[in-house]
Design a protein. Sequence first.
Length: 158
Amino acid sequence: MKEVNQEYIEELYERNVDRIYKICFIFFKGNKSDIEDAIQSIFIKVIEKQVTFENLDHEKAWFITVTNNYCKNKVKHWWNKTQELSFDLKEDIKNDETIGKVLSLPDKYKIPIYMHYYEGYSCVEIAKILNTKENTVYSYLNRGRKILKEIIEEENYE
């Protein structure tokens, strides 16, 4: 194994940790220990596989894809389905009223909505990253927005 460039890893970490945190937050419903484990595992993977990136867009897409896949696999595990979850949110997420509403969406809508509205990806880019059809992404965004609208209207009605 080649020597690890500490400075490079620290730069990768600084550029991507908040993005990874937010994606993990959505999957793990704010469970701080699961989020921290995921972040650690993802960066260990970067170090062990000595991942290099073509450019910053490739880096961003790689981290979103790997984080998405890691979280999906962890959430599928039976133990995670039976655990009670505690919430300990980062400050920027605590102050984002919308994130709680996004968390209440069915799983298939969370990541496309996050990627589109929080990260600024187009539907074409999201489809490539999630390895799905572009029309599927459009459908998920449309349905997710409708559900969010219903949630907001319900809150305003009460």
